[in-house]
Ligand binder design. Structure first.
Ligand SMILES: [Zn+2]
Length: 286
């Protein structure tokens, strides 16, 4: 086996956030970089196997050209994500000729936080905290048949927890937003590449032009298979006034959400810009 390249600041980049935050979109983009191996939510491989999910390439994990040969690695770790460490990610990347593994396991990155604090992991593991407006997140939750009055407080609890983690690890955490990424993909991807110290790669603009081997990838068909990055704004028509009020009440209790989405000086991508030229009304592109 040849030695993998040693480009960039980190060997593992772990995404924190909550379900429906846009992690699959970011994973498919960054995964096009010549130095990056995006693996999806590796810490949910066990569930993916139990539920009979397939790799995002369409093959079963046993038959997938990427995951098949790596089944032994998971067995050695007892298929227990709580034991996954930098050595695990190094082995995952072995033979792939990529210097950085990008994992999007979100809440499980937080659950394994002690694994990233010592030895080489303390300096060679970085984090991306991907925020998304809670109204967009919880509209997706509603679409999946879950009750917003229960989901909204739980969502707020997780954002508070992940915000605290991002503050504690601020030297090696980049905060991004789904809305900012959709508004200016090139600018946000360049900011990410500066953070991880990798050069620009034009392929990042073409996430749909390759076969990805992602675990537990988003099942959303919203613009899947397209290189056109357009923000999913369906929440505007899908949430009732009562649901919106309940969600915004929870958002007000989380400083990061107020700052990014509710304050008068929140970034221009916040949902106050509903007449902005880059956000055509729903329906036109469907
Ligand atoms: Zn595959």
């Amino acid at each position: 086996m040849t030695t993998p390249p040693d480009n960039g600041r980190f060997r593992a980049l772990l995404l924190t956030g909550i379900a429906h935050c846009g992690s699959t979109l970011l994973g498919r983009m960054l995964g096009r970089h010549a130095d990056v191996l995006c693996v999806g939510e590796v810490m949910r491989m066990q569930e993916a196997l139990e539920l009979g999910f397939q790799c995002s390439c369409g093959a079963s994990f046993a038959e997938c050209e990427f995951w098949g040969p790596r089944a032994e690695l998971f067995e050695r770790y007892g298929n227990d994500y709580r034991r996954f460490d930098l050595g695990f990610f190094d082995e995952l990347a072995a033979g792939a000729q990529r210097s950085l593994v990008f994992d999007t396991s979100k809440t499980r990155v937080w659950r394994t936080r002690r694994n990233w604090r010592s030895g080489q992991a303390a300096t060679r593991t970085g984090f991306v905290f991907l925020l998304r407006d809670s109204r967009g997140v919880l509209a997706a939750t509603k679409r999946n048949g879950r009750d917003i009055s229960h989901a909204a407080p739980r969502h707020a609890k997780w954002i508070r927890r992940l915000s605290k983690f991002a503050r504690q690890e601020r030297q090696r955490t980049l905060v991004m937003t789904y809305e900012g990424l959709c508004r200016d993909p090139d600018g946000e991807l360049r900011r990410l590449l500066d953070f991880i110290e990798l050069d620009w790669d034009d392929e990042l603009r073409r996430p749909a032009d390759a076969v990805h081997h992602l675990v537990h990838a988003s099942a959303s068909r919203y613009l899947a298979g397209s290189n056109d990055v357009r923000r999913d704004e369906r929440w505007r028509t899908e949430l009732t006034a009562t649901e919106l009020a309940a969600i915004e009440r929870e958002m007000r209790r989380v400083p990061a959400l107020v700052e990014h989405y509710l304050d008068d000086d929140a970034p221009t991508f916040a949902y106050r810009d509903r007449l902005a030229a880059d956000t055509p009304p729903l329906g036109r592109n469907e």
